[in-house]
Design a protein around this ligand. Structure first.
Ligand code: ZN
Length: 144
């Protein structure tokens, strides 16, 4: 598929939970926007969202898009982080363990393998928070 270049362009927000903050009206957006959809301002500042958020909604996927077949069933959640809603797969959890409003944290995981090229794509997923240091970075060394 032709998604690899686009994928690499999108790395900062995929890897680091980068959002944009409108300096005029204070709205935040993820993925980041260049122009504020709220007030049309171009004074957008990149911010990094915190790692933890709360589960707003989720669904279990049994019939996945191409490239995700091996992972089924899997859970996709909508997680609110600092007022911004982020969609991502929830990993290492049974659907029965999920509760709306529970705390989740972003982690860095393999997202899919591109069938043709064999390129492994990494990105952010969510999991139940670990007990260890909450401030520990989820961006592995070497990824910038
Ligand atoms: Zn604005």
């Amino acid at each position: 598929m032709s998604s690899a270049p686009r994928y690499w362009r999108e790395i900062p927000y995929r890897y680091r939970l980068e959002a944009s903050l409108c300096e005029r009206c204070g709205s935040k957006f993820y993925p980041p926007r260049i122009i504020c959809p709220n007030c049309k301002s171009r004074e957008m500042k990149r911010i990094r969202l915190p790692k933890r958020g709360t589960l707003v909604s989720y669904s279990v996927v049994y019939f996945p898009p191409k490239g995700f077949e091996l992972q089924t069933p899997y859970v996709v959640g909508l997680v609110e982080i600092d007022g911004v809603k982020v969609v991502g797969q929830i990993t290492d959890v049974l659907p029965s363990e999920l509760k709306i409003g529970m705390e989740l944290e972003a982690c860095f995981r393999k997202v899919r393998v591109n069938g043709k090229s064999g390129i492994i794509q990494y990105g952010i997923k969510f999991r139940k928070p670990e007990k260890r240091d909450a401030d520990e970075s989820y961006v592995p060394i070497g990824v910038r």
